[in-house]
Design a protein around this ligand. Structure first.
Ligand code: ATR
Length: 273
């Protein structure tokens, strides 16, 4: 019997992670299960150490609101987790130490290159909408990929400035980014705008170069209005669901030593109601 895995968060009932990991456990004949564990913020100091002490767990994923709180329970952090300032995956190393890592940056970039293997931002200008937790992982990945200039546009200017100072980026005012897109190689939406139930992302893409790629990390709906606009004017685009699948891929590898396949069948399973 292999060790189990889990995701902790609050709320957690709608997490798609159990579907992803249980699908792979079936595909790779790993006799274990992946469950969702609801841990309220007030319970975290008791319940997180209990989970970490569980010998039958290979590790677990961490989602809101515990991605920062978990750090103090880890014995060590990977460079990715340190730079992003949040942990979305814990695993145990050979010595049994609890290692906190973050697979969101990997998930973001892998999603793009899986669709466009030759796509690169090395030496290029890119534009990131939003300055929340997801933006941190995206910006870290873009820095690693050698982007020359990263411009952050966020409704709350101060948050964009803080992130820009930390990662060496530029800032532009929210709603002022139309012309800024003129020489962008990549536009990424990391805000919640355009998500089902949220306000739309109102954006004019007319300055965006024809060969630029557009990525939305929103995946409900799968084809957001932003992606529809990009497709309508002939731009390459990548849907957000892949970031979720690829961040999971890396976590699975940490726990079970196999880099599982991100297949159409998996995506279908995850999106089925
Ligand atoms: P996540 O961890 O998914 O990035 P988050 O940290 O709550 O979530 O960040 C949400 C992002 O969406 C932020 O950039 C937020 O902008 P603010 O920093 O100004 O709050 C952005 N966002 C959410 N609702 C928005 C709205 N109605 N208009 C513009 N930006 C919005």
């Amino acid at each position: 019997m292999a060790k189990n895995a889990a995701v902790i968060g609050h709320p957690i009932a709608h997490s798609k992670s159990p579907r992803i990991h249980n699908f792979w456990m079936g595909q790779y004949n790993i006799s274990a299960s992946y469950t969702a564990v609801d841990i309220a913020p007030t319970e975290s100091d008791v319940k997180i150490p209990q989970l970490l002490a569980n010998e039958n767990l290979a590790g677990f994923n961490i989602t809101l609101p515990h991605k920062e709180r978990i750090i103090s329970f880890c014995d060590a952090l990977t460079a990715d987790a340190k730079a992003i300032g949040a942990v979305n995956t814990v695993y145990k190393d050979d010595a049994g130490r609890i290692i906190g890592t973050n697979t969101d940056a990997y998930g973001f970039w892998q999603n793009i290159v899986a669709a466009y293997p030759n796509f690169s931002v090395t030496g290029d200008k890119v534009c990131v909408l939003g300055a929340g937790g997801a933006a941190r992982a995206v910006i870290y990945a873009l820095k690693q990929q050698g982007a020359r200039q990263i411009v952050i546009c966020n409704r709350t200017h101060k948050k964009a400035e803080k992130l820009a100072d930390e990662f060496g980026c530029d800032v532009c005012d929210w709603g002022d980014y139309a012309e800024l897109l003129a020489d962008c190689k990549l536009l990424v939406n990391t805000t919640s705008l355009g998500m089902s139930g949220q306000p739309p992302l109102e954006i004019d893409l007319s300055f965006l170069p024809q060969d630029a790629l557009v990525n939305d990390i929103v995946y409900a709906p799968l084809q957001t209005e932003l992606l529809q606009k990009a497709a309508a004017r002939g731009n390459k685009y990548v849907q957000g669901i892949g970031m979720l699948l690829y961040q999971a891929q890396k976590a699975f590898q940490y726990w079970y030593g196999v880099l599982p396949e991100v297949s159409d069948a998996l995506q279908k399973e995850v999106l089925s109601s």
